[in-house]
Design a protein around this ligand. Structure first.
Ligand code: NAP
Length: 344
């Protein structure tokens, strides 16, 4: 029987052959990303490997980047998370070009995410931002393009995060709905196979779902045991929006790494605390993108598919929640789309 796909928030089911004839669906391949990595399906039929390599704050050295990505691929990583603002897309692109030239991995076997920065929120600027990322990466499509933040800041100042004399962001009055329409345009141009958002709260997601045609396949936001995000995860999953956790090991915060309940669960399972934190997320059907610049930690973070946390262990970890954020752009607290004024 032919597999059923869904194209938009109206959840109309279509088959693959209908989909590839549809101008909203510019890619003609139902690709399976990796044989080695478990994947999660998006509502549009594409798959995302459940673990990816985060790249924020990687060393700014080409040979280090080459080494990390090559070792990651050897281990089984097939998913890389970057962003225009990380200013490492060119370096990652150079690594990828060499990998493709050496036939180590094919482009279609990798899943690459990048993000539209807040100075590119006008509808007409979104495709331009993604073309810059694609040019940096040396790719002709992204697997996933995200709106990095719901917050629009002023463009043309020469800064990516322009601040006034009171250290508040210089804002641009652009709604998330306008920016999402730009994402839909970019999708129709074939710049990305799937489009989604990051750091959106439930109200912003509801507005996008109500006023636009193509549904975001994913919301990427901060989740770890000190910020369990149960309500936002439930809201996303109930709306067929997958969830990607950033800071999935809580930035290796010392308090978390030494939390007695986590160290006990880790030792009971012959695992490390970071492995327990990552396992807790994937058992909630959440995609994870831990970052490390240490090759020995790449395998530690990947080696989480051979054990299972019990319901009691899952519950104990949920009890650690203290709604504590490591990432909070408080300079933008007065921006009308600042996302963290609501409970979720
Ligand atoms: N959408 C957004 O707004 C947003 C925001 C933040 C992050 N992100 C994405 O999410 C990714 C992950 O988040 P993150 O980098 O902020 O935090 P994270 O992955 O939770 O933590 C990274 C930190 O943990 C350390 N680490 C990694 N593995 C470890 C291990 N096994 N044992 C001990 N320490 C370990 C790393 O140090 P070493 O490098 O020294 O190993 C680094 O200091 C980012 O890289 C980025 O791609 C997205």
């Amino acid at each position: 029987m032919e597999k059923v796909y869904q194209l938009n928030q109206n959840q109309r089911s279509i088959t693959l052959s209908e989909a590839i004839d549809n101008k909203e669906f510019p890619f003609h391949r139902d690709k399976a990303v990796s044989a080695k990595t478990p994947s999660i399906h998006f509502v549009n039929g594409f798959q995302i490997p459940i673990i990816g390599l985060g790249t924020y704050d990687m060393p700014t050295n080409q040979s280090v980047m080459d080494n990390i990505i090559n070792v990651a691929i050897d281990i089984g990583y097939r998913h890389i998370d970057t962003a225009y603002i990380y200013q490492n897309e060119e370096m990652i692109g150079k690594t990828l070009r060499d990998i493709f030239a050496n036939n180590k991995t094919k482009r279609e076997d990798l899943f690459i995410t990048s993000k539209v920065w807040s100075t590119y929120h006008k509808r007409s600027a979104v495709a331009e931002a993604l073309k810059l990322s694609l040019n940096n990466l040396g790719l002709d499509y992204l697997d996933l393009a995200l709106i990095h933040w719901p917050i629009a800041v002023r463009s043309g100042t020469g800064y990516l995060w322009p601040l006034d004399e009171n250290n508040q962001t210089l804002d641009d009055d652009i709604s998330v709905v306008e920016t999402w329409k730009g994402m839909e345009d970019a999708y129709r141009l074939g710049l990305a196979k799937s489009i989604g958002v990051s750091n959106f709260n439930s109200e912003q997601l509801s507005r996008v779902l109500k006023h636009t045609f193509i549904k975001p396949v994913v919301n990427q936001f901060e989740i770890h045991p000190y910020l369990s995000q149960e309500k936002l995860v439930e809201f996303c999953h109930n709306n067929s929006i997958q969830v990607i956790a950033y800071c999935p090991i809580g930035k290796a915060h010392k308090g978390l790494l030494n939390e007695p309940i986590l160290t006990t669960i880790a030792s009971n399972n012959n695992k490390t605390v970071p492995q327990v934190m990552l396992r807790w997320l994937i058992q909630r059907d959440i995609i994870i993108i831990p970052k490390t610049s240490k090759t020995y930690r790449l395998s530690e973070n990947f080696n989480i598919f051979d054990f299972q946390l019990t319901d009691e262990e899952m519950t104990e970890i949920f009890k650690l929640n203290k709604n504590m954020r490591f990432i909070n752009p408080i300079e933008a607290i007065n921006n009308k789309e600042y996302p963290f004024n609501r409970e979720f």
